[in-house]
Structures are given as structure tokens and as C-alpha cells.
Design a protein around this ligand. Structure first.
Ligand SMILES: [Zn+2]
Length: 174
């Protein structure tokens, strides 16, 4: 018990400050994303029950329920689990589906995987840092990508430009 406490203390210090942890470009220009791993009970403590259901249990929020559907300001959309910026407002569009939708993501910020929860396989995607489920990727989006990143609004935190909250990252240098 004591050892475990010391260990978690060390990990906690290394991971701080979680919500504003910057993402740095590596020497070769690759994105270095330090994984955020937490136990189920830790996530339960950090997230609201609705966020936990989506981010950690791959739930899907009720369509039309997210306030972010109507968010039109310039800014960034961060993972609600760990604060990693996943999308910018430039990538958002109105898909009419009832879920916040984007035509692409910030490079390297999400990982995808095949999901067989429904009869037809879908492409699930999740935050590259904390593994939190965000949504599903479809190929019926608008040009130029033709992609629809269909995201649960509850899995995102919107930070308007100029709010001083957006995590600085590698994009500003290039
Ligand atoms: Zn995350």
C-alpha cells in the first residue's frame, strides 16, 4: 500500500499539469505525446458520469444533446479526458446528424480502430493521449477530405481563441 502510494505520487508529478500539458514537436518534427493512463476508479473521479460513459465505455450521447452543436466561435476542441487539442473550429461543420462533426483532426491527435459493435464494422477513434473514446469516422463528409469525424460533444471541451486556455503546441512553429 505504501509503495503504491509513492509510485502514484511520482506518476502524478510527472503528468502535471494535466489539463494544460503542452505537446512538443520532437527533433524530427514528430509529435511526442506522453500517454495518460489512469485506473477506472480514477477516471470515475475525474469525469462526470456522462463523460465516463462516453470516454471510457465507448457510449454514445443522445443526438442533438450537445451544446457544442451550436458552437461557432473560433477556437480549439480539447479531449475532455486529458486536455489534448483534437480539432480546431476550422475543421467543424454542420453535418445535420445531431453530433458535432469535423472534416479532419489535428495531426496525430487521435488513433483509430475497427469497431464491430453494430452489424457493420465502423471506424472508432479515440484520443491519442488518454485513449478516451471520441466518436466514429465515416466517409460521407464534405470536400476536401470527404471525411466525417462524428464526435460526442460531451467528450470535448471547447476553448475559444484568446481565452488563454488553448494548450500551446507544435503547430505554432510550423
Ligand atoms: Zn485525451
Amino acid at each position: 500500500m505504501h509503495r503504491r502510494h509513492v509510485l502514484s505520487g511520482l506518476l502524478g508529478a510527472a503528468a502535471l499539469p494535466l489539463m494544460r500539458a503542452p505537446v512538443f514537436a520532437g527533433a524530427a518534427g514528430t509529435l511526442l505525446i506522453e500517454p495518460v493512463r489512469k485506473s477506472e476508479s480514477e477516471w470515475r473521479r475525474l469525469l462526470t458520469p456522462a463523460q465516463f460513459e462516453v470516454l471510457r465505455k465507448e457510449g454514445t450521447e443522445r443526438p442533438g444533446s450537445s451544446a457544442l452543436l451550436h458552437e461557432k466561435r473560433a477556437g480549439e476542441y480539447l479531449c475532455a479526458g486529458c486536455g489534448l487539442a483534437l480539432f480546431t473550429s476550422d475543421m467543424k461543420y454542420d453535418s445535420g446528424t445531431g453530433w458535432p462533426s469535423f472534416t479532419t483532426t489535428l495531426p496525430g491527435r487521435v488513433n483509430t480502430r475497427r469497431d464491430f459493435k453494430l452489424i457493420l464494422p465502423r471506424t472508432e477513434y479515440h484520443c491519442a493521449r488518454c485513449g478516451g473514446h471520441q466518436g466514429h469516422l465515416f466517409d460521407d463528409g464534405p470536400p476536401p477530405t470527404g471525411q466525417r469525424w462524428c464526435n460526442n460533444g460531451i467528450a470535448l471541451t471547447f476553448v475559444p481563441t484568446g481565452a488563454g486556455g488553448a494548450a500551446p503546441d507544435a503547430r505554432s512553429s510550423g
